[in-house]
Design a protein around this ligand. Structure first.
Ligand SMILES: C[S@@+](CC[C@H](N)C(=O)[O-])C[C@H]1O[C@@H](n2cnc3c(N)ncnc32)[C@H](O)[C@@H]1O
Length: 243
């Protein structure tokens, strides 16, 4: 378990504020709503701190799953009305079907085609016939660009966090990129701690996405996210299970 989603999980609301998700979540809700106008139940794989979920729950009854118990705890506080369950998106088996399955940026933690296929298979197993699965990777191989970002915020009790995120692709011939994180956390009593770690992210060409989704049995369309944020619009892989 990484420190980011383990011992640092409680800082998630200050590292990646809920308000920053409003525009993207509205767009994802629109896409899901148009693709599945009668959908009520939605399973999220890799919900993290539940920041997208906090908006999607207005439209859907959500079941939220994640590998990290500390991140689920953050989401539980924000989304107490939603069902929360621990599980790895590659192996999760709830023996239930949902009208839709949603996978946001947690899909970036699938590093190999084998892992990505396993997560897609999980979505397929949990999707009812005629239902949809929406996959929203941060980037695909073709849209990847190295980036540096800094951020963080303070809480009313005087605690706060700042971070630096540096993302680059050390080997363009494989399907993995690196993100270096540096965190400084300050407790309400003034104690400051520093943390550093490297995360690996999957970077798959659009064609591989399409092949793996089709191999799982989905019919796929690729949409381009509508966004006014200052970044490359995301590709949305909208997959439908035959009804
Ligand atoms: C960036 S956070 C997701 C934030 C989320 N989009 C939100 O709205 O708050 C990435 C999450 O992916 C989860 N994750 C990583 N690998 C996973 C896996 N194999 N199965 C399920 N969740 C996973 C991590 O535990 C982490 O909570």
């Amino acid at each position: 378990m990484s420190a980011f989603y383990g011992e640092l999980a409680r800082w998630w609301p200050l590292i990646s504020p809920l308000e920053d998700y409003a525009g993207e979540a509205a767009e994802l809700a629109r896409v899901l709503r148009e693709a599945a106008p009668h959908a009520t139940t939605l399973l999220e794989l890799g919900c993290g701190g539940g920041h997208v979920a906090a908006y999607l729950k207005r439209d859907f009854t959500l079941t939220l799953t994640d590998l990290s118990e500390p991140m689920l705890e953050v989401s539980r506080r924000l989304n107490p009305e939603c069902e929360h369950l621990a599980g790895d998106m590659r192996t999760l088996e709830l023996r239930r079907e949902f009208d839709g399955v949603f996978v946001h940026d947690a899909i970036d933690y699938m590093l190999s085609a084998t892992d990505l296929s396993a997560a897609i298979a999980t979505a397929y197993r949990h999707c009812r016939p005629g239902g949809v699965a929406l996959f929203v990777p941060d980037v695909v191989k073709e849209t990847f660009a190295p980036s540096t970002e800094a951020g963080g915020a303070d809480a009313p009790d005087g605690s706060g966090v700042r971070y630096l995120e540096w993302c680059y692709d050390p080997d363009p011939n494989d399907t993995v990129a690196n993100t270096h994180y540096l965190f400084a956390t300050r407790e309400a009593d003034g104690r400051v701690q520093h943390h550093a770690e490297v995360h690996e992210h999957g970077l798959f060409p659009r064609e591989i996405w399409l092949q793996l989704l089709a191999a799982a049995g989905f019919r796929v369309s690729v949409l381009t996210e509508r966004t006014d944020e200052e970044r490359e619009p995301r590709l949305l892989f909208l997959a439908r299970k035959a009804g």
